[in-house]
Design a protein around this ligand. Structure first.
Ligand code: PMT
Length: 223
């Protein structure tokens, strides 16, 4: 129906930062609050979807009807997504996943020493890219947080990661991106078209993103 356009669909959404442990008292993370992903989960549930939310965030209320899986690191998120993506018709990757993680996790708290300290970091697995390679790939929506050349980088990401849609936020704009209650995004699609959205609340932004997903899926069905 018009009010429940995602009825019968299962959507997997990742939200928030990842937390990369250095030792028992220290970690590396980023400025993502999880608000964009939680807004997507809330709006998707309202549109009738079964929603599975994979997140490290514990400070936001879990929206009604949403099933939540708690993770911490990029590797935890990778494992949770790989375990559950097969159930999903649509995967939306709004999480800000660490690109690097400490190569060694210290069992005990690191003690201060004289001089400099070098932490060795290694690359994490690219979850979006790996999903894009699957034969049973769900409809795949990635995010892009950029500070320059937003259109070019978003288009490149769409192709490189074999995604069906990229939601790009120019995080250098006031009111866009990390932590606040608003966002300014442009939705890039596989057919080369793009939908720029104005400054909106994260919930309104989520509604538009989900509407564009529905439109694209309907079009694909009619082909
Ligand atoms: O959480 P908020 O405070 O509300 O902020 C929202 C947001 C700015 C975090 C969100 O709108 C956003 O842009 N999320 C993606 C941020 C990001 O990490 O972008 P990226 O360009 O580094 O990554 C591109 C895509 O690849 C993302 O979909 C990301 O989830 C995915 N990725 C990245 C690295 C990795 N190892 N695996 C991935 O799947």
């Amino acid at each position: 129906s018009d009010t429940k356009p995602l009825k019968g669909k299962t959507i997997l959404i990742t939200a928030g930062p990842t937390i990369e442990k250095i030792d028992p008292v220290r970690y590396i993370t980023n400025r993502s609050s999880g608000k964009m992903g939680f807004a997507l989960a809330e709006e998707a549930a309202k549109m009738g979807a079964n929603v599975l939310l994979i997140t490290s965030v514990e400070t936001l209320p879990i929206p009604n009807g949403v099933q939540c899986i708690k993770i911490r690191s990029a590797n935890d998120m990778y494992e949770a997504v790989m375990k559950h993506y097969k159930q999903a018709d649509i995967v939306i990757k709004s999480a800000a996943v660490a690109d690097y993680t400490p190569a060694l996790v210290f069992e005990q708290k690191m003690k201060k020493k004289d001089g400099e300290l070098t932490l060795r970091l290694e690359r994490t697995k690219d979850i979006l890219k790996e999903l894009g390679r699957k034969a049973d790939k769900p409809f795949l929506v990635g995010f892009a947080a950029e500070t320059e050349n937003v259109d070019t980088y978003a288009q490149q990401k769409l192709i490189k990661k074999n995604a069906d849609m990229i939601v790009a936020n120019n995080v250098s704009q006031t009111g866009a991106g990390f932590a606040g209650d608003t966002n300014i995004v442009t939705i890039f699609k596989r057919d080369g078209s793009s939908v720029p959205l104005p400054l909106l609340s994260k919930n309104e932004t989520a509604q538009h993103i989900l509407k564009e997903i529905c439109k694209t899926l309907e079009k694909d069905c009619r082909k």
